[in-house]
Design a protein around this ligand. Structure first.
Ligand SMILES: [Fe+2]
Ligand SMILES: [Fe+2]
Length: 471
């Protein structure tokens, strides 16, 4: 393999061409990755030219290089954010020491677990989204879907790089397992539940990139604080790509919401569905479903794992530098605990509440988006307000997972929850309606009826640009 030009085949800033060990590991893994991509990646579009962004270097000029490319030829690269000279650990028990350039023995297993859990979400989302290209509402959206997909593929590469470089044989085995699990598979499911839910209509896709990718942003940001420097730098670079995924979700939902509001007003009976749009109550039910599933991704409210991650300086808070105190000791966080039919307040040591601290920031950011969407609805003049459900609603694990709550967070019986399920969460009838709306619209500049056009194109291109070539 010495003749292979690694720099152009696998763009990287980890000196791959001189790293024989990493080359050997990747030589074995890369063909399996391609097999996985061809089997589980975007259905039907592998031979089409797609106008994609590729990272060819980690600096400003190179991380967003645009050109037509066939997805299997995409150059999945390995990039870490530039090193910070003399970086020190800035939170937890190791605060003040030099950041680690190798894995400390005592944290080997837990770091591997963290990396595998993050890594597993990347291919999972590609699998969940693999059929969506067949029903894209426009070439612009089709291209954005594939951009998200190839970058999730690259994020898998990023995690595999860490496993190969720092975790020896176990790391190589984990890298193979990342290609062996399948989203939604009964025998070999993906690790986290939200990544086993089907995502085969575009309303779900935009909810997913809005809410699940945003969980990704918060997890990556917390890991970008890590004392293990290669992990911190890897996550930092991934965040630059993640921003586009969140943009796709946020603006995609906003465009469906605006169109839904317009069509509600256009219909004599205020029925957006009758006009071929998606009505706002249906959008609300999809939001309720995906938001609540994604809240579970942050883990239990009270968690000794979370305490250990923070205490061991492995995983920080979102933008740890915003805080003035970085040990997390001698402080608490209070929770509303629901037990035996009554709420009580319980104070928990802050370190044990770190999952909830991260979830708080996430909920705030989601709330900002909902406020923007409501402004757009009000501007159009429709009478509807979207709301995020309460954090206790429809949870499957943690403090609230064993009880039933309505979207306002009030305790209810299981029977009451079930009686209202289809009012609060996307129902089979909603899904059937949304699915039949999903007809492909592949003509440059054209948009499916149920979604408003984007405000601008990608990379300065117009809306009628041929983002995907069918020839
Ligand atoms: Fe990702
Ligand atoms: Fe993403």
């Amino acid at each position: 393999m010495g003749a292979i030009d690694y720099q152009s085949l696998i763009p990287n800033n980890v000196n791959l061409k001189d790293d024989r060990r990493l080359q050997r590991a990747l030589e074995r893994w890369q063909p399996n990755y391609l097999n996985w991509w061809n089997e589980m990646g975007p259905d039907n579009f592998q031979t089409k030219d797609v106008y994609l962004r590729t990272a060819i270097s980690a600096d400003r000029s190179g991380w967003a290089h645009f050109d037509y490319v066939k997805m299997p030829d995409y150059r999945w690269g390995i990039f870490l954010a530039e090193p910070e000279p003399d970086r020190k650990i800035h939170f937890g028990d190791h605060m003040g020491q030099d950041a680690w350039q190798t894995v400390p023995g005592e944290y080997r297993n837990v770091l591997r677990r963290i990396i595998v859990t993050q890594g597993d979400t990347e291919p999972a989302s590609v699998e969940q989204q693999r059929a969506l290209g067949n029903t894209a509402p426009s070439l612009y959206d089709l291209r954005n879907l594939f951009q998200v997909n190839v970058e999730e593929g690259r994020h898998l590469w990023a995690m595999v790089y860490l496993l190969h470089s720092y975790f020896g044989r176990e790391g190589r085995e984990e890298a193979e397992e990342l290609l062996a699990r399948r989203s939604g598979d009964v025998d070999k499911p993906r690790i986290l539940d939200a990544f086993n839910q089907p995502c085969d209509d575009w309303l779900s896709f935009f909810c997913f990139t809005m809410f699940a990718d945003r969980d990704g942003k918060y997890q990556l940001a917390a890991l970008a604080e890590s004392a293990f420097d290669p992990l911190a730098r890897t996550c930092k670079f991934m965040l630059t790509e993640e921003a586009h995924h969140l943009f796709v979700g946020d603006t995609g939902l906003e465009r469906i919401i605006r169109r839904g509001a317009e069509l509600t007003l256009a219909d004599p009976n205020g029925d957006a569905r009758a006009q071929g749009g998606i009505d706002l109550p249906t959008i609300q039910r999809f939001i309720n479903y995906w938001f609540s599933y994604c809240l579970d991704l942050f883990g239990s409210e009270i968690s000794t794992n979370a305490a250990d991650y923070f205490g061991n300086s492995l995983k920080g808070r979102f933008q740890e530098k915003r805080y003035s105190e970085h040990t997390g000791l001698g402080q608490g966080k209070s929770f509303e605990v629901y037990k035996n039919g009554a709420f009580s307040n319980e104070e928990v040591p802050l370190r044990n509440a770190m999952n909830e601290v991260l979830r708080d920031d996430y909920i705030d950011e989601c709330g900002n988006a909902v406020r923007r969407w409501n402004k757009a609805i009000a501007k159009i003049g429709a009478d509807f307000e979207l709301k995020l459900p309460h954090r206790r609603f429809h949870r499957h694990q943690g403090l609230y997972g064993d009880n039933f709550f309505n979207p306002e967070g009030e305790p209810i019986s299981e029977a009451e929850f079930e009686a209202n399920r289809d009012k609060w969460l996307k129902s089979d009838a909603d899904l059937a309606f949304v699915r039949q709306l999903m007809q492909p619209c592949y003509e440059p500049g054209k948009m499916a009826n149920w979604i408003a056009p984007p405000k601008r194109g990608i990379d300065g291109k117009g809306q009628d640009f041929e983002y995907v070539r069918f020839a």
